[in-house]
Design a protein around this ligand. Structure first.
Ligand code: HEC
Ligand code: HEC
Ligand code: HEC
Ligand code: HEC
Length: 226
C-alpha cells in the first residue's frame, strides 16, 4: 500500500524503464545533471537539492524558507505542479515558461510564484533579489544595459531536484536546485554555492552564450553575488 502520492508516481516514473524515457511524451528539458528516474531527483538521501516532495522541509541555518508565501508549507505534492490527468506540456497545472520571448512579462511564472513570493525574490535590497532582477528582469547592469536579456526560472533551476552524479555533483555545486538548461548554458557550466558564483561557459544547444566575453568565447559571472 502506498502512503504517499509520490510513491504511486514512482511506480512508473522511477527505475530503469523511466530512466530510458518510457514514460515521457514531451521533449525533456536537458539539464547539466540529468535523470528521468524521478526517485533519483527527489531522493533526500542522495540528491544534491530537492523540492520537498519525499521529505519534509526543515528550517535550519540559512535555510528558513523565506521565499515561501505560506510559512506553514513544509511538504508539497507532485500534483501541486502537475495534473496527472491533465493536458498540455508536461501536464503542468500552471504555466512555467522555459523560454523567454521578448514580449513576455517579467512576472509570467505563475507556477513558481504560486508558492514563492515574487516580491521577496526580486527585492532591490537583497543579494538574492539583485541576482533575480539581473536575470529574470534582465537588469544585468553593469554587464549590460540591455533589459531584453532575460532568463526564465527554468534556465537555472530544476523544478524537481538535482540527482547525485558520481564525480560530477559535489558538496557545493548543484545546490538550491541549480541545474542549468543546456539550451542556454554549455554543459560545463556550474554554480558554486560555497562562493556564490557561477561559471557559465560555452554555448548552449540553442546557439546562445549566456555570458559571452567580447571575444564571444567563455565567461565568468560578472555580477558579484552575494
Ligand atoms: C502506471 C504507470 C504510471 C503511473 C503510476 C504514473 N504515470 Fe505519469 N505517465 C505514465 C505514462 C505511460 C506517461 C506517458 C504517456 C502519456 O502521456 O499518457 C506518463 C506521463 C506523465 C507526465 C508527462 C511526462 C512528460 O513527458 O512531460 C507527467 C508529468 C506525469 N506522467 C506525472 C505523473 C504523476 C505526478 C504521477 C503520480 C500522481 C504519475 N505520473 C503516475 C505512466 C504513469
Ligand atoms: C507547491 C509549492 C511550490 C511550487 C509550485 C514551487 N516551489 Fe520551490 N519550494 C517550495 C518549498 C516548500 C520549498 C522548500 C523551502 C525552501 O527551500 O525555502 C521550495 C524550495 C525552492 C528552492 C530552494 C531550494 C534550496 O535547496 O535552497 C528553489 C530554488 C525553488 N524552490 C525554486 C522553485 C522554482 C524555480 C519553481 C517553479 C518551477 C518552484 N520552486 C515552484 C514550494 C514550491
Ligand atoms: C515544483 C513543481 C513540480 C513538482 C513538485 C513536480 N514536478 Fe514534475 N515537472 C515540473 C516541471 C516544470 C517540468 C518540466 C520539465 C523541466 O522544466 O525540467 C516537470 C517534468 C516532469 C516530467 C517529465 C520528465 C522530466 O523529468 O522532465 C515527469 C515525468 C514529472 N515531472 C513527474 C513528476 C513527479 C512524479 C513528481 C513527484 C515525485 C513531480 N513531477 C513533481 C514541475 C514539478
Ligand atoms: C540566472 C540564474 C537564475 C534564474 C534565472 C533564477 N534563479 Fe532563483 N536562484 C538562483 C541562485 C544562484 C540562487 C541561490 C542563491 C544563494 O542562496 O546562493 C537562487 C535562489 C532561489 C530561491 C531560494 C531563495 C531563498 O532565499 O530561499 C528561490 C525560491 C528561487 N531562486 C526561485 C526562482 C524563481 C521563481 C525564478 C524565476 C522567476 C528564479 N529563481 C530564477 C539563480 C537563478
Amino acid at each position: 500500500m502506498a502512503s504517499y502520492e509520490y510513491e504511486i508516481c514512482f511506480r512508473c516514473h522511477s527505475g530503469d524503464a523511466a530512466l530510458a524515457g518510457n514514460y515521457n511524451t514531451y521533449p525533456q528539458v536537458s539539464r547539466t545533471f540529468g535523470s528521468l528516474d524521478e526517485r533519483e531527483r527527489f531522493d533526500w538521501g542522495s540528491a544534491k537539492s530537492w523540492h520537498p516532495v519525499a521529505k519534509e522541509f526543515v528550517r535550519v541555518g540559512n535555510s528558513q524558507g523565506l521565499s515561501l508565501k505560506s510559512a506553514s508549507m513544509t511538504m508539497i505534492y507532485c500534483n501541486d505542479c502537475h495534473d496527472s490527468h491533465g493536458s498540455g506540456s508536461h501536464l503542468l497545472r500552471l504555466e512555467n515558461p522555459d523560454t523567454f520571448s521578448q514580449g513576455q512579462s517579467i512576472s509570467n511564472y505563475p507556477l513558481c510564484y504560486s508558492c514563492h513570493d515574487e516580491t521577496y525574490l526580486t527585492s532591490s535590497a537583497t543579494n538574492i533579489g539583485k541576482l533575480h532582477r539581473a536575470h529574470v528582469w534582465g537588469q544585468h547592469n553593469p554587464l549590460s544595459t540591455n533589459s531584453s536579456y532575460r532568463a526564465s526560472c527554468s534556465a537555472c533551476h530544476d523544478p524537481h531536484g538535482v540527482p547525485y552524479k558520481a564525480g560530477l555533483t559535489t558538496s557545493s555545486n548543484a545546490l538550491h536546485l541549480i541545474n542549468f538548461d543546456l539550451r542556454y548554458a554549455g554543459s560545463g557550466s556550474s554554480y558554486d554555492a560555497s562562493t556564490s558564483s557561477c561559471l557559465v561557459t560555452g554555448t548552449g544547444t540553442s546557439g546562445l552564450s549566456c555570458h559571452p566575453t567580447t571575444t564571444g568565447t567563455a565567461s565568468f559571472n560578472p555580477y558579484p553575488y552575494p
